[in-house]
Each structure stands twice: as C-alpha cells, then as structure tokens.
Write a protein that binds this ligand. Structure first.
Ligand code: ADP
Ligand code: MG
Length: 193
C-alpha cells in the first residue's frame, strides 16, 4: 500500500444538510476499516487567516466582500497544500471571478452534494446566528451549487440528505470507498486547470 495516494473527497450542501455529521461518520468508518482518513473543515478557524474569517462570520469585524472571498480561498490553499465548503459565491460576483483563486488547488476525486430542501434544513437543529445563516443567502448558495454541478470536469454525486443518518452514511461510505480505490490508480489533478 505504501506510496498509494489518498483520495480527496469533499462533502457539500447547504447549512444543516448534514456535512459535519456525515464527514465525522465517514472518517470513523474509514479509520475502522484501516484507512488513514482525516477530516478537514473549511473554513478552518484556527489559523491566522481562519481567525480573520471567524471574526467576520461572527459579525465582530467587517471585511470587504472580494477580500473575504480571497481569504476563504487562502484558507483552502494553506490547508490543502500545507497539510494534506467551498466557495461562498457572492450574488454579484461572476462565477468565473470566484473560481480563479481556487485554480490549481488539489482537485477533489469526488464531490458529494448533500441535497436537502431549504425548508427541511430549516427544521433541523443548530441554526446559528452567523452571517451567512439565513434562508436568502442559503438560497443563493444553492443556485450557485447547481451552476457548479454543470461542470463536467468535477465528479459530483448527489446524495439525498433527507434520509436517515444511517442511510446517508451507507451511501457516502460506499461511494467513498470506491473512490479511494480508483484514486490510487490515477494521478492527482489540479482544480480547474
Ligand atoms: P452541516 O455541517 O451541513 O451544517 P450538521 O452535520 O451540523 O450539518 O447537521 C445539522 C443538524 O442536522 C444537526 O443537528 C444534525 O444532528 C442534524 N442532522 C444531520 N443529518 C441528519 C439526518 N440525516 N436526519 C435528521 N437530522 C440530521
Ligand atoms: Mg458543518
């Protein structure tokens, strides 16, 4: 097994779709199966850049909107290349502009989209008071996700996140295990290059 590369698997979805829950379950299942799986979160708030983002999200500081987007991207660069949610696409920025700072990041082998109606998400526990956690913004995020899913260079898979914890987990685990096997045979690519 030595020398085999790992897979980069991304879980996406609106707020409260179950990303954190399912990511933890997946990492646990993969580790139990002998894989060296690790969870990364975006934004990772512990770094210097992450601290700026955290303070912004908690509405304790203001940062110009373009600069925020670049900080989110910088937070992905520092984690994905320094160690081993993607972009918050602002309504008025072109998708192309938003994608540019992420060009060259490690390309995910799989992007799992945890699909959940916003009305169902709203019924779930844990709605925070942070900046982006409102229906209007989440609606925009969802529209941008559907735009991004049209990109054939990315391996999207839609998962019905309204199912039970276990059903969602089984689906994610099965497709992730298959992805880990195929990724080992393929070179790591760069995103949007
Ligand atoms: P995200 O990271 O996408 O915001 P979380 O994993 O934090 O979502 O989950 C948000 C809330 O929804 C939590 O209270 C969690 O227990 C609940 N939840 C997650 N998955 C499910 C599910 N399949 N069915 C019902 N509730 C769920
Ligand atoms: Mg989460």
């Amino acid at each position: 097994m030595a020398g085999r590369r790992g897979a980069l698997i991304v879980l996406e979805g609106v707020d409260r779709a179950g990303k954190t829950t399912q990511c933890c379950k997946l990492v646990e299942a993969l580790c139990d199966a002998g894989q060296r799986a690790q969870m990364l979160r975006f934004p990772e708030r512990s770094t210097e850049i992450g601290k700026l983002l955290s303070s912004y999200l908690e509405k304790k500081s203001e940062i110009e909107a373009h600069a925020v987007h670049l900080l989110f991207s910088a937070n992905r660069w520092e984690q994905l290349y320094f160690s081993n949610h993607w972009v918050l696409y602002w309504q008025n920025f072109s998708l192309d502009w938003c994608k540019q700072p992420d060009v060259g990041l490690p390309k995910p082998d799989l992007v799992l989209f945890l699909q959940l109606q916003l009305a169902d998400a709203a019924k779930r526990e844990g709605f925070g008071c942070e900046l982006y956690e409102n229906q209007a913004f989440q609606k925009q995020v969802l529209q941008r996700f559907y735009q991004l899913m049209e990109d054939p260079t990315l391996n999207w898979k839609i998962v019905d996140a309204s199912k039970s914890f276990e059903e969602v987990h089984e689906e994610i685990r099965t497709v992730s295990e298959a992805t880990i096997c195929t990724a080992a045979q393929r070179p790591l690519e760069e995103l949007w290059k």
